[in-house]
Design a protein. Structure first.
Ligand code: AHN
Ligand code: ZN
Length: 285
């Protein structure tokens, strides 16, 4: 089920903003949130990219109990990277990635959580946000760097202009690259800086469920990701659950930002561990 939820997104093709695959997958995701009983909002905005290209941004939001003042925010990015810049071959570097882990995994887990929320409603409000354009940062082979915030564009936009005025949540959880076999979720730097109590909550829930093989009790590096604007704008103290590696050049898994980020590297056991851990946090809240 979880595996399939990731695969369906990948089957649309790379969800690169501006493409037909992106549009169709966006419609699918908004439709699913609505089918699972969420109130759906969509946020569109025109943004100009570092290369001067104009792109339409689409954030997709599903809310449960929208009138409840006590809220938890769950988020992931749904776009996929337009280039496989961690490939060594310059031709392959120009191709868009499938983003099975980098993008689709987090969204897949959150869709399953949405389905659970419909079946077993909570007495707090939940917002699930699929942010667009997290992954269009300048490629690593760039030689003329354009200054600006090119990563996390969708979450940056929403953090400044949330779908609801003065939006605040008690806490937030970001899922990024949560589908790899033998994933290791180390306690990410900004998460510890902005939301140490939430880190404890998540890692102790994982321990309780016997998932300490995935949720490692060790701190990792600081990762610029969608939780950063959310934290900086004080929308919710937010934690990034992200697969971090100590034995690779990039600090991420070996297939990160390569053409190998496809379904072969997705393990349903990892997806399940993450989904159950997040649900444990929510249902004990
Ligand atoms: C940087 O490497 C600066 N950020 C990684 C955030 C990211 C990219 N997550 C998925 N793709
Ligand atoms: Zn990425």
């Amino acid at each position: 089920m979880l595996f399939r939820s990731v695969e369906i997104q990948v089957d649309f093709g790379p969800r690169v903003p501006g493409t037909e695959a992106h549009r169709r997958c966006g419609d699918y995701l908004a439709g699913k949130l609505s089918e699972f009983g969420a109130e759906v909002y969509e946020q569109y905005a025109d943004v100009t990219h570092y290369n001067g290209q104009n792109i339409k941004l689409r954030n997709i939001i599903g809310s449960y109990a929208p009138d409840n003042d006590i809220r938890v925010l769950l988020f992931a990015h749904w776009d996929s990277r337009p280039f496989a810049d961690e490939e060594s071959d310059p031709v392959r570097q120009q191709q868009a990635i499938s983003g099975a882990d980098d993008g689709a995994s987090g969204v897949g887990v959150l869709l399953e959580i949405a389905r659970q929320l419909q079946q077993n409603p909570l007495n707090i409000g939940i917002d699930i946000i699929f942010f667009d354009m997290e992954d269009w940062g300048q490629p690593s082979y760039t030689d003329n760097w354009v200054s600006g915030d090119w990563w996390c564009v969708g979450s940056g936009y929403w953090s400044e202009q949330p779908h609801v005025d003065n939006y605040k949540a008690e806490f937030g959880i970001l899922l990024d690259m949560v589908g790899g076999a033998n994933a290791t979720f180390m306690k990410e730097g900004y998460s510890l800086k902005y939301a140490p109590i939430v880190v404890d909550k998540i890692w102790s829930s994982a321990l309780k469920l016997n998932y300490s093989k995935y949720f490692i009790s060790q701190s990792g590096g600081y990762i610029t990701d969608d939780h950063l604007p959310v934290n900086k704008h004080k929308r919710a103290p937010s934690v990034n659950i992200i697969n971090l590696k100590q034995n690779t050049q990039t600090g991420f898994s070996s297939y990160w930002h390569t053409l190998n980020d496809d379904m072969r590297n997705i393990d349903s056991r990892t997806l399940k561990a993450v989904g159950q851990t997040v649900l444990e946090v929510l249902y004990t809240e």
